[in-house]
Write a protein that binds this ligand. Structure first.
Ligand code: ATR
Length: 499
């Protein structure tokens, strides 16, 4: 079966440093790329001793500054370094498409070193990349490589289409197609699917080019060794999305359910139309949708559940027979921990105060009204509170009317985004309200786990629920929609402990 090899790019300043890096990651990697352009002169002199100290294949690369590398010497010096080293056991040598030294090419051939003929573009995916790659090989045995910065979703689509077209035309492998930057990230995990024989990774803090992930994350989180050409692809779309917790939750869920053919990836998306074309090309089975796309995806849906209609937001799409089915699992994800904390059901006649009147509040208010809860909405801008209250039949007021919470004392839900991005970590939206101890206080923010509001509530003896519980609950509902299987609870425990 075809499988991409996982390569770690070594960018240490000395051979010793690089050997230490190898020791750390050897269990995860199939081969190494020695970036000799990062080495100090003394280590460059010792290049010939490197391959025998590494028990796995090594790519030798001396990258010029023009191609994103660090080599500052002349081209004659660069060729000299390459020629002197090639006979010492390197498996591959990386030579750029415009490399012009016959003697180095011959030295590679004589020593049985495979040439990786590479093309780089740090400014984007060039319109003529396909033509360039089709003409790049000088000898049939070469591996061709394109490493290009993916600037937008349209470019990711273009790159994926090209990789799949080349795979069909020329067969799997002998080719490496890598998208750099956060938008290119899926190409690193999906290299086997895209027909690339190698994917590149970097140790944390040692990125030679933007975008690569470290080998341990590729293996442990993204399940790289399991991914083959029949992989079922899931993911999350948002912008930005690279730091989302959802890949951890879902991939751990897949592992615990022994679903070895599935992977969940972050797709940083700036153009929904291009993304939905990409979804067809990759045969994506399901995605979570996050900020800023929860409203924007709605016109692309073939069907919408009641929650999408009511909340005006969709956070889950499942593809079924080519149809895009939209769901809102935030709503049930919100009520699940609440019900759990109340012994399984929300009692009739419960009275709740909701702070905020934005998109998140809309889903919360809908969820509460569906359960028959009487709701007071308090918002900084009273007009927005009034509009939301009119839709769902609630009372409303401004944040200046905090004393009114006393009439809605069972549950207080904080839905504003203030404090979430560490803009104002001390923010407490209702500082004038004194907790009595009997309230359940629910803050939908999940970092930090205890917001200032929740801290104060805990000190007053209240039961509290945080946004992590909601996130994990909605992910669990998504997991069932994606896979038809129950979400294993253990999948969320390890991650929650980080906060
Ligand atoms: P979301 O989809 O996360 O709910 P939103 O629709 O922009 O985002 O709503 C943000 C909510 O946070 C609103 O209730 C907003 O109050 P306004 O309607 O008055 O803007 C609230 N919010 C944002 N910044 C705030 C602040 N500094 N103080 C109080 N409320 C704030």
């Amino acid at each position: 079966m075809n499988r991409s090899s996982l390569c770690l790019s070594l960018t240490g300043a000395t051979i010793t440093e690089n050997l230490q890096e190898i020791e750390k990651y050897n269990a995860y990697c199939d081969l190494y790329e020695l970036r000799a352009d990062y080495l100090e002169p003394l280590s460059i002199a010792a290049l010939s001793s490197f391959p025998e100290q590494v028990k796995k294949p090594v790519i030798l690369t001396v990258r010029r500054a023009a191609d994103g590398g660090h080599f500052k010497g002349s081209e004659t010096e660069r060729c000299g370094i390459l020629r002197r080293s090639l006979a010492s056991g390197y498996r591959y040598v990386d030579l750029e498409e415009d490399f012009q030294d016959q003697k180095t090419e011959q030295a590679a051939e004589v020593s049985g070193v495979t040439v990786i003929r590479s093309f780089h573009d740090f400014s984007g995916v060039p319109a003529d990349l396909g033509r360039r790659l089709r003409n790049i090989k000088r000898n049939p045995g070469e591996v061709i490589k394109a490493a290009v910065m993916v600037q937008n979703t349209q470019e990711l689509l273009k790159l994926v289409e090209l990789a799949l077209e080349l795979k069909v035309r020329d067969g799997w492998g002998n080719r490496i197609i890598l998208g750099m930057g956060p938008m290119g990230f899926p190409t690193r995990v999906l290299s086997t699917f895209l027909g690339s024989s190698i994917t590149y990774s970097s140790a944390p803090g040692r990125q030679a080019a933007p975008g690569p992930v470290d080998p341990q994350t590729l293996v442990d989180l993204y399940r790289f060794p399991l991914i083959d050409e029949n992989v079922r692809i899931f993911g999350i779309i948002g912008n930005p999305v690279i730091h989302s917790e959802s890949p951890g939750l879902h991939n751990r869920g897949f592992s615990l359910r022994a679903m070895d053919d599935a992977v969940y990836l972050p797709f940083q998306v700036d153009n929904l139309e291009a993304f939905f074309r990409l979804a067809e090309v990759l045969d994506i089975r399901g995605v979570s949708v996050t900020i800023p796309h929860k409203q924007g995806v709605i016109p692309f849906l073939s069907s919408r559940d009641e929650g999408v209609e009511a909340a005006g937001a969709c956070n889950t799409i499942v593809w079924r027979d080519g149809l895009r089915c939209g769901y809102n699992t935030d709503i049930s994800g919100f009520t699940a921990p609440l019900k759990e904390s109340m012994g399984g059901a929300i009692p009739a006649g419960l009275r709740a105060a909701v702070i905020g009147a934005g998109g998140a509040a809309r889903a919360v208010v809908y969820a509460l009204r569906r359960e028959g809860v009487e709701v007071l909405i308090l918002n900084r801008t009273v007009e927005r509170a009034k509009e939301l209250a009119a839709v769902f039949g609630c009372s409303y007021g401004s944040l200046g009317e905090q004393e009114r919470i006393a009439d809605y004392p069972d549950l207080i839900v904080q839905t504003t985004s203030v404090g979430m991005n560490q803009e104002d970590p001390e923010y407490d939206p209702i500082p004038d309200y004194s907790f009595k101890g009997g309230e359940i206080v629910y803050d939908i923010i999940y970092i930090p786990r205890l917001t200032p509001l929740l801290k104060r509530a805990v000190q007053s003896g209240c039961r509290v629920i945080n946004g992590w519980e909601m996130l994990a609950a909605q992910a669990g509902i998504q997991f069932r929609l994606f896979t038809g299987q129950d979400f294993p609870r253990e999948a969320s425990s390890g991650i929650a402990d980080q906060y």
